[in-house]
Design a protein around this ligand. Structure first.
Ligand SMILES: NC(=O)c1ccc[n+]([C@@H]2O[C@H](COP(=O)([O-])OP(=O)(O)OC[C@H]3O[C@@H](n4cnc5c(N)ncnc54)[C@H](OP(=O)(O)O)[C@@H]3O)[C@@H](O)[C@H]2O)c1
Length: 210
């Protein structure tokens, strides 16, 4: 599958690109600075032996069959408006964290991003509750597999994203419709506080036991 990552040169973007390149996906790292993205892509390609390319945000949005939204939340609305035609109808995996920039509990970052896009797309929220430092450590120091909570309204898109989550090495946990992201946004804030409290150094994760 061809995966476009908007913000592909960032910590999350690089970590996800590495994981998916190892599974044979073609990755397009989208950046405001295509030369920088090409450098990063070459490095990941040589590390993983995968197909990773650097490009601008527009091409990553247009060419990606699945597009990962990995920009700072504050910049998303502006870029989504600019890229709306490229993103129309796509599976968009929103990994961004609004950190209180939306009315907590009443809406969510992903719902606001969906409104900003102004055209229909299949939005799935995922990876919000996973620190970047854990992307290459999908099991913790005790060998417990980390969970990745995700949600969305389109069954088939969620199936695709669940498979991508599994390929990172996390257990996908379906949290239901897109509006469940209102809770995921808040879980991020608590996760950061708890990680500090437990001196987790960015390695804490939420785990659902059954
Ligand atoms: N860090 C975590 O542990 C973590 C965990 C879960 C979710 N998230 C979320 O994932 C997203 C990415 O986080 P990150 O830690 O990877 O951030 P990051 O390392 O700062 O990377 C973000 C990328 O966004 C691009 N960017 C920055 N400002 C921009 C702007 N004004 N317009 C367009 N692109 C811009 C930059 O790429 P260029 O300079 O190459 O354009 C940068 O590489 C954020 O929304 C964050 O809340 C982070």
């Amino acid at each position: 599958m061809r995966i476009g990552i908007l913000g592909g040169t960032g910590r999350m973007g690089k970590g996800l690109a590495k994981a998916w390149a190892k599974h044979g996906h073609e990755i397009l790292l989208g950046s405001r600075f295509p030369d920088k993205a090409r450098e990063v892509a070459e490095q990941i390609a040589s590390e993983t032996g995968g197909k990773v390319y650097g490009t601008n945000l527009q091409t990553a949005a247009q060419e990606g069959e699945v597009v990962i939204l990995s920009l700072p939340y504050r910049d998303c609305a502006n870029w989504l408006k600019r890229l709306s035609e490229e993103l129309r109808g796509k599976i968009i995996v929103d990994i961004t964290n609004p950190f209180g920039a939306v009315t907590e509990g009443k809406t969510s970052g992903v719902e606001e991003n969906a409104k900003a896009l102004e055209v229909p797309a299949n939005w799935v929220a995922a990876f919000k509750t996973n620190f970047w430092t854990t992307l290459d450590e999908p099991t913790n120091k005790d060998g417990i597999q980390r969970d990745c909570f995700y949600c969305g309204d389109d069954f088939n898109s969620k199936k695709v994203v669940a498979e991508l989550i599994s390929q990172v090495g996390f257990r996908p946990v379906d949290c239901g419709p897109l509006k469940a992201a209102r809770i995921l946004d808040l879980m991020v804030l608590l996760m950061i506080d708890l990680d500090r409290l437990f001196n987790g150094k960015g390695k804490c994760s939420w785990k659902l036991l059954d």
